[in-house]
Design a protein around this ligand. Structure first.
Ligand code: ADP
Ligand code: MG
Length: 721
């Protein structure tokens, strides 16, 4: 009997037909072991038991026909439009397939090529045709193996054809079987999973098409179960090694704060605060993700939580992704505290001010500090004395320190940091947590991560073992919707007209410049050029500019001028993507919008519609790629960030969304966290239950071995980091 562990230690070069150069080709594609090969599953199955003859092919339903190419004709209609007509024949008759903008197929579908078309046949101009069907080129050499049955199509790898892959997988599967199964049998029974051995056989070479789904379900479950077990073990170890703070929450300060706010919390905000307070009381360090659309009121919740920590005698910190945002958080937190009747006192101000209090409120004093590279506090016409501030942090005189994510890297030492809030960095990982602990004093501070990036729940479940997620769905009352429209570049005048109308009503607008990938310098230059152009297009309006290459004091200056209404139109690069909060801005124009990612577009759109007046988001683009077009369509179709995140996952593939190995997602070969959500939830529950009963998998040694073997070097960070 073969175990997956054994197969994961067996080079793919051992498989007949895959030696020499091919081993190298496969390795580049991440297929190094026989176990990897067994997870290279077919992307399609062609049912040749139910042979559809071209002559009698049914209309309007998904079918596959097989034949030889008899004629192919490529036409170029316009610069950006090609049409390829291909006729195939199977002896019973011939049928046409039409491909738009797939000129490369002219080279693939040459006369005599044996091919399968899968798709729907319709009638056009009295002729039956496929419209851009799925294409599989069949290899005549492998014919004997594939007639009269369900033919799996394994995608080619480099120059190894689908037929060669199929026959190699066939060798590997027959040599490997029977394949052993270390998953606890009661779980297999409970979820009515089929046998693992049969699952491998059926996913690669099913007798009937309906055998595929249960096979896939089984293998996906196994894969997710392994990942979640690793995460559960890591969580347990992290908890054992960490020494968190069991905060004593008396609640008085939080009550004063909430009672002092000019509004009451939404239901979701209250629930989020309760969950956070429960974590704070426990000795295990909190690791919670607070998710919610921009403006859903996360900051208010975070401030309330920090106040309860401060009341217990600990310090708190807020970390933002950029200096501009750190500055903005500082302003809004100070405002929030004063609005709620407290007395924020700003620490670390130069002695020329002769005081460090700017607000003489009656309420309890909260000592706040802002630590950024530039120490200017534009709005207070003052500057921070950095050395003084660091001293105040170290001596415990700062209750709430705001800075960038670099806060944990600089020479900052707290007397006793009790909790940290991280804004917009959902990848705040284990190593950062270790650094944070080093800055904190003795114990592990509680960690709250805030993000407006809608991360599908299933995805956060596979990111970190101990990450808890709270979602604020409900928006505070009185928000206006944002209307999104797609304009071609030729129609841009409509965008400027809208800006003029809104500005005439006293509102403001953003214009986001085209994305420049070459370098930040070129991006700055092109933003400057765009600023000059827009200034000419809108000569009667006050136009400002902000981009990433500006000095942070200049950025601050531009932002506060915009906030104060001294600028009507702010031309910007994506530096304004996160967190910028100017409720009076109602228009967001995004140039070359098709080149931005969906989550980026959604974030940008979130900058408007934050006040009483409805927002307008105009996407200026002549999309040149299919994906670009799809993104624009999705943006126009919905305002729902979670829906967009799922669309994004589908368009881009899950591995690339966070672009990080740490997500654990890059390890997934079969599972798809959008479509396999139900299986993931089961696998996660099972894994965490099992680790509760058998913490080190001592009673399940084969399973432990399999996890290490299958997760490879990645198991290192899962287990150890
Ligand atoms: P986020 O951090 O999620 O972007 P904020 O906490 O900054 O959101 O809140 C956005 C704005 O909405 C702020 O001006 C805040 O004062 C206001 N706000 C927050 N919660 C409520 C609420 N429950 N009712 C009315 N306004 C609220
Ligand atoms: Mg915010």
């Amino acid at each position: 009997m073969a175990t997956l562990t054994r197969l994961a230690n067996l080079s793919v070069g051992e498989v007949r037909g895959l030696g020499g150069k091919r081993t190298e080709t496969l390795s580049k594609a991440g297929i190094r072991t026989v176990a990897d090969l067994l997870h290279h599953v077919p992307h399609r199955y062609i049912d040749r038991t139910q042979h559809a003859w071209i002559e009698t092919v049914p209309l309007g339903e998904e079918v596959t026909v097989i034949g030889k190419v008899v004629k192919a004709n490529l036409r170029r209609l316009r610069k950006k439009l090609t049409i390829l007509d291909v006729y195939i024949s199977d002896g019973s008759g011939s049928i046409k397939a039409v491909f738009f903008n797939q000129a490369f197929r002219a080279r693939q579908l040459t006369e005599g090529t044996q091919v399968a078309f899968s798709g729907v046949v319709t009638i056009r101009n009295r002729e039956r045709q496929f419209n851009s069907p799925a294409v599989d080129v069949l290899d005549a050499a492998s014919e004997p193996m594939v007639t009269g049955r369900v033919v799996p199509i394994h995608s080619s790898v480099g120059n190894i054809s689908p037929a060669m892959m199929r026959s190699a997988v066939h060798n590997a599967v027959s040599r490997a079987r029977p394949i052993e199964d270390p998953i606890p049998p009661e779980l297999v029974r409970r979820h009515k999973l089929i046998d693992r051995d049969r699952a491998f056989a059926n996913i690669h070479f099913p007798e009937e098409k309906k055998d595929v789904k249960p096979a896939r379900t089984r293998l996906v479950y196994d894969e997710l179960f392994r990942l979640e077990l690793a995460l559960a073990i890591k969580q347990k170890q992290y908890r054992e090694e960490s020494s968190g703070i069991a905060h004593q929450l008396s609640g008085g300060l939080v009550e004063t704060f909430i009672g002092g706010l000019p509004y009451s919390l939404t239901g979701d905000q209250s629930k989020a605060l309760e969950a956070i307070e429960k974590d704070l009381r426990e000795a295990v360090p909190m690791h919670r993700l607070l998710q919610g659309e921009v403006g859903s009121g996360k900051t208010v919740v975070a401030v309330a939580a920090m106040l309860s920590v401060i009341e217990g005698g600990y310090q708190t910190a807020v970390m933002a992704p950029t200096e501009v945002l750190a500055g903005q958080h500082f302003l809004s937190i100070v405002d929030l505290l004063s609005a709620a009747g407290m007395s924020p006192e700003i620490r670390g101000l130069g002695s020329d001010m002769g005081m460090d209090t700017l607000f003489g409120g009656e309420g309890p004093a909260i000592h706040v500090g802002l630590l950024t590279g530039s120490t200017a506090l534009v709005n207070y016409r003052s500057s921070v004395n950095r050395a003084q501030l660091l001293e105040d942090v170290a001596s415990g005189q700062v209750d709430l320190l705001i800075g960038t994510h670099a806060l944990i890297q600089e020479g900052v030492n707290f007397k006793a940091l009790g909790a940290a809030v991280v804004d917009e960095q959902h990848r705040f990982g284990v190593s950062q947590r270790v650094k944070l602990k080093a800055k904190a004093g003795m114990d592990d501070p509680d960690l709250l991560i805030m993000t407006a990036t809608p991360i599908p729940r299933t995805m956060s479940m596979t990111m970190y073992g101990d990450l808890e997620v709270t979602i604020i769905e409900e928006m505070p009352p009185g928000r206006s919707p944002t209307f999104t429209e797609h304009l071609s570049k030729a129609e841009e005048e409509a965008a400027w007209a809208l800006i003029r109308r809104e500005v005439a009503e006293g509102r403001q607008a953003f214009v986001v410049c085209p994305l420049v990938e070459e370098s930040a310098k070129i991006e700055a230059a092109s933003a400057t050029a765009e600023f000059e152009r827009i200034s000419r297009v809108l000569p009667d309006l006050r136009v400002g500019l902000i981009h990433g290459q500006m000095k942070s004091t200049d950025k601050e200056e531009a932002m506060s001028a915009f906030r104060d209404g001294l600028i009507d139109v702010l031309v910007a690069t994506t530096v304004i993507e996160v967190g910028i909060d100017v409720p009076n801005a109602t228009v967001m124009v995004i140039e070359d919008a098709d080149r931005f990612g969906l989550s980026q577009l959604h974030q940008l759109r979130g900058r408007v519609g934050r006040g009483l007046h409805p927002g307008h988001c105009l996407l200026l683009a002549d999309a040149i790629t299919e994906d670009g077009e799809q993104r624009l369509l999705a943006m126009v179709a919905t305002n729902d960030g979670f829906e967009l995140a799922n669309t994004d996952l589908r368009l881009r593939g899950q591995g690339t969304v966070f672009g990080t190995k740490q997500s654990g997602l890059t390890d997934l070969k079969l599972a798809n966290v959008v479509d396999d959500e139900k299986i993931l939830i089961k696998a996660r529950r099972d894994a965490f239950d099992l680790i509760k009963k058998d913490p080190d998998l001592e009673d399940h040694p084969e399973l432990a071995e399999e996890i290490r073997a299958m997760l490879g070097e990645r198991a290192e960070w899962l287990f150890l980091s």
